[in-house]
Ligand binder design. Structure first.
Ligand SMILES: Cc1ncc(COP(=O)(O)O)c(C=O)c1O
Length: 404
């Protein structure tokens, strides 16, 4: 695609208007919105309102003026993006903590089954948390096997199958319906990590028959660094699972101040402590952009941006490790290259921000709400120039940062 063709494509893009909803710094092509979404233009005002008016002026009265229900209200907004009912999603804690709560609850529920089944190479926190959760339930263990061995590993000991829907490195997706059915036919619960899927590709948890899910607020949902995360529990399981972090905000009557714990009905039981209102306000501002976004248009544009980037990569001789079939991938594209780290640093120095995943993956987030074809074509030109001139071989680009 030539730059002129890319501009014409952008001009005809039905999602083009959403670009203005984000602050995109001058001189930057941001291909990392799958890691930290950019700042919505509405967020500073939302943060200033919660700080100066709601906190500053209204003080503690704000708990009765919209704060206490915020985890459910904001959860309801996420529900619409993932094919869940409003009362099946709540916002709380971090993705890691939500995963811990659901895994321990599911292990206890599924006894005498003892195994969490997952894949090797899953996002590290998922495996680390699964190990920790298994350590909290007598006899439980994590069985992580390569993707191709998952079906054979599913057996009568499997309590829960824990999979990340879109793989953080390769972008490859599991078939959510097929795997949910397979887990349930084997008598296990199915838990999905939606961190790289929500806001990237259409998801329908209930149509897929999923049991449990978790996901991040700071990637495609643009909730800001460390935004609170969400969790989903299917209505049919809500009364049967209880959070191991039995804090007072998940109590049936927190202001009854009873000594004994009694879980709240519905999703409220998954709260532990006081909701982080500043973070929730930023997340809600990010989510409000999504209110009337057509998810099908997002998927169509994601596929087109991917195809363009894949073509550029192929013309530069890069090995694409993401699936060619749009139905089998999320909204990022990854290339394998022995000098991926240095290439990533050289790109950042030229204003193209993607990221590197150890040991050799160069990853580009293709976020349809604010990226255009011109961005992708221009990023490709810069990447081509770096490769042609060996600019990435500069020693300055070899030095590892703490966060890559
Ligand atoms: C699949 C997946 N799960 C979880 C996380 C992060 O969890 P947390 O927000 O608790 O750090 C990430 C972060 O990139 C992720 O890619």
């Amino acid at each position: 695609m030539t730059p002129d063709e890319a501009r014409a494509r952008d001009a005809a893009d039905p999602l083009r208007g959403y670009r203005d909803a984000f602050h995109l710094p001058e001189g930057v092509i941001y291909l990392d919105g799958n890691s930290l979404g950019p700042l919505p233009r509405s967020t500073p005002a939302a943060l200033s309102d919660i700080a100066e008016r709601q906190w500053g002026e209204r003080l503690i009265r704000s708990w009765n003026e919209g704060w206490i229900e915020a985890p459910r209200r904001v959860g309801g907004k996420i529900a619409k993006l993932i094919g869940a009912a409003e009362d099946e999603v709540i916002v709380a804690d971090s993705t890691s903590v939500n995963l811990f709560k659901l895994l321990v609850a599911a292990l206890r529920h599924a006894a005498p089954r003892t195994t969490i089944l997952s894949e090797t190479g899953n996002f590290p926190t998922d495996l680390h948390i699964a190990e920790g959760a298994a350590g909290c339930v007598p006899g439980a263990r994590l069985n992580a096997v390569p993707r191709a061995a998952l079906s054979d590993a599913l057996d009568e000991t499997t309590a829960i199958v824990m999979l990340t829907h879109t793989h953080y490195k390769t972008s490859e997706c599991f078939d959510m319906s097929a795997w949910s059915a397979k887990a349930q036919q084997a008598g296990a619960l199915m838990l999905w990590d939606l961190s790289h899927s929500v806001g990237a590709i259409p998801i329908d948890l209930n149509a897929a028959g999923a049991d449990l899910a978790i996901g991040c607020g700071y990637k495609f949902l643009n909730g800001g660094p460390g935004a609170p995360a969400f969790l989903f529990v299917s209505r049919r399981l809500q009364d049967q699972l209880a959070s191991p972090l039995s804090g007072w905000m998940g109590h049936a009557a927190p202001f009854g101040f009873a000594d004994a714990y009694a879980p709240a009905p519905g999703m409220t039981r998954w709260l532990a402590g006081t909701p982080p209102m500043l973070g929730l306000a930023a997340l809600e501002a990010g989510l409000d952009i999504w209110e009337d976004v057509d998810q099908q248009q997002v998927a169509t544009k994601s596929a087109a941006l991917f195809d363009e980037m894949a073509e550029i990569g192929a013309s530069l001789g890069l090995e694409c490790v993401s699936p060619a079939d749009p139905a089998r991938r999320g909204s990022h594209i990854s290339f394998r290259h022995p000098e991926a780290y240095a290439l990533c640093q050289a790109l950042i120095a030229r204003g193209v921000i993607g990221d590197f995943r150890d040991p050799d993956i160069l990853r580009f987030g293709l976020t349809p709400l604010y990226l255009g074809f011109e961005d992708v074509v221009r990023a490709g030109e810069i990447l081509g120039d770096i490769l042609a001139t060996d600019a990435h071989r500069d020693p300055a680009f070899q030095q590892r940062n703490a966060v890559t």
